[in-house]
Design a binder for this molecule. Structure first.
Ligand SMILES: C=CC(=O)SCCNC(=O)CCNC(=O)[C@H](O)C(C)(C)COP(=O)(O)OP(=O)(O)OC[C@H]1O[C@@H](n2cnc3c(N)ncnc32)[C@H](O)[C@@H]1OP(=O)(O)O
Ligand SMILES: NC(=O)C1=CN([C@@H]2O[C@H](COP(=O)(O)OP(=O)(O)OC[C@H]3O[C@@H](n4cnc5c(N)ncnc54)[C@H](O)[C@@H]3O)[C@@H](O)[C@H]2O)C=CC1
Length: 357
């Protein structure tokens, strides 16, 4: 059962008074991606404050993070970016500098992710971000902006996946839970959160060198990507898993569906292994399995608050030492390499971005 959090204690608000409005020409350090005729140029630069876009709340971005989607917007011809030029960064956390919304006070520690952020509206790879008030979530007690970005959209996705599986009846006694793409952001967070909840976690990763790290996060067993195919050519596998958290999609998701036990479910969030899904109806009609779609982007604020409260709670989903997930910290000048590394699956866990670095 998902725990409920009727009252969400908030992180401490600093006593910072509202600062005087900044002049519109104030230069804002950022990382900009420009698409012209199928060619992409990208790199650190500045934008005037007046070009940050509409919104009631100006946030001083203390931390952002690199998510797979940020790397997607740098690919020529991608259909993810909805404007050019674009400051990517689907994630940000920091303190409110100025607010025209009576419900959001300057100094409040906040997290903003999803919606149009970093896709159709300038995102978190900048020292300042202006966003609509409805996108802003006050951080719960126990999470500061850096911790919130270690978790980030990836951890939020993992938490939503666990929450979705538990809503359809998953509990530790049902059996092992598979996590695919386990060395990445969504995957590693899912491993740790499921272990925290008492599940036996089987982590699937193409990176054999990460076995010890995944076990330290809570995996009971680490299997390779190819270990998902013990019965090639058969429409049903042995039904080894009670449930799965899948951020890989494509052929991997088809193999996961085949290997779910009777009544099992998979929470599907990603496409690093491909967007196509070629499967049969047999897992659905013979084992009653469920395919649960996970979308964090349009999730409303009340639901975000519930999920962030679960993530902040050490007795619930909060993974132990968050530093274990940090691959590295980068500044705007080091983002080129970090984005390439995400695309090439050379990242373990999470890359943090400090725009002021
Ligand atoms: C951190 C978060 C994530 O990582 S989420 C996972 C990554 N996300 C994606 O890969 C999706 C990015 N989007 C795309 O690649 C494209 O939008 C597309 C392939 C999903 C569709 O592109 P296409 O160019 O074929 O069509 P349109 O853009 O014209 O869209 C068709 C229709 O769908 C609506 N729509 C598009 N994106 C979304 C969305 N994210 N959520 C909800 N609806 C979406 C769009 O408005 C169009 O509807 P219409 O009624 O015709 O306006
Ligand atoms: N639906 C939603 O709201 C969200 C979706 N996502 C999606 O989840 C996926 C993972 O995101 P992140 O964790 O940020 O990325 P990441 O780059 O941190 O992790 C990706 C993982 O996929 C693995 N991988 C890469 N190529 C693969 C292949 N061909 N076959 C099998 N595994 C492969 C990598 O080794 C890594 O473990 C992405 O597709 C992203 O778009 C992420 C957040 C929210």
């Amino acid at each position: 059962m998902a725990s409920s959090h009727p009252e969400i204690p908030r992180a401490e608000t600093s006593p910072t008074p509202t600062s005087a409005p900044l002049p519109p020409e104030t230069p804002v350090a950022c990382y900009l991606v420009t698409q012209t005729d199928g060619q992409v140029t990208q790199g650190p630069t500045t934008l005037p404050l007046s070009e940050l876009g509409p919104g009631e709340v100006l946030v001083e971005v203390a931390w952002s993070s690199v998510n797979y989607k940020d790397a997607m917007v740098t690919q020529p011809g991608n259909r993810v970016a909805r404007r050019s030029p674009l400051v990517p960064g689907v994630d940000l956390a920091g303190r409110v500098l100025q607010s025209d919304d009576p419900g959001i006070t300057p100094g409040t520690a906040v997290v903003v992710h999803g919606y149009d952020l970093g896709v159709a509206h300038h995102g978190g790879f900048a020292a300042l971000a202006r966003v609509p008030a409805s996108w802003v979530v006050a951080l719960p007690a126990g999470l500061d902006p850096r911790a919130a970005m270690v978790v980030g959209t990836a951890g939020f996705t993992a938490a939503m996946s666990v929450d979705a599986l538990e809503r359809v009846g998953l509990e530790p006694a049902r059996g092992p839970v598979l996590v695919t793409g386990a060395s990445g952001g969504v995957g590693s967070m899912a491993v740790a959160m499921l272990a925290r909840r008492g599940y036996r976690v089987v982590a699937s990763s193409g990176k054999t060198q990460e076995r010890a790290w995944l076990e330290a996060l809570g995996a009971s067993e680490v299997i390779g990507r190819d270990d998902l195919e013990p019965n090639p050519g058969r429409v049903l596998g042995p039904g080894r898993f009670a449930a799965a958290v899948d951020c890989v999609g494509g052929r991997t998701l088809a193999l996961v569906l085949r290997d779910l036990a009777y009544g099992g479910a998979v929470a599907a969030s990603g496409l690093t292994g491909g967007a196509e899904l070629a499967t049969t109806v047999y897992p659905f009609i013979t084992r009653g399995v469920s395919l649960l779609g996970i979308d964090t982007v349009a999730t409303d604020r009340a639901r975000r608050q519930q999920i962030w409260a679960r993530i902040a709670d050490p007795a619930d989903l909060r993974p132990g030492d968050l530093e274990r997930f940090v691959d590295r910290e980068v500044g705007l000048g080091e983002l080129d390499e970090a984005l390439q590394d995400v695309l090439a699956a050379r990242v373990r866990g999470r890359v943090l971005v400090r725009p002021s670095r």
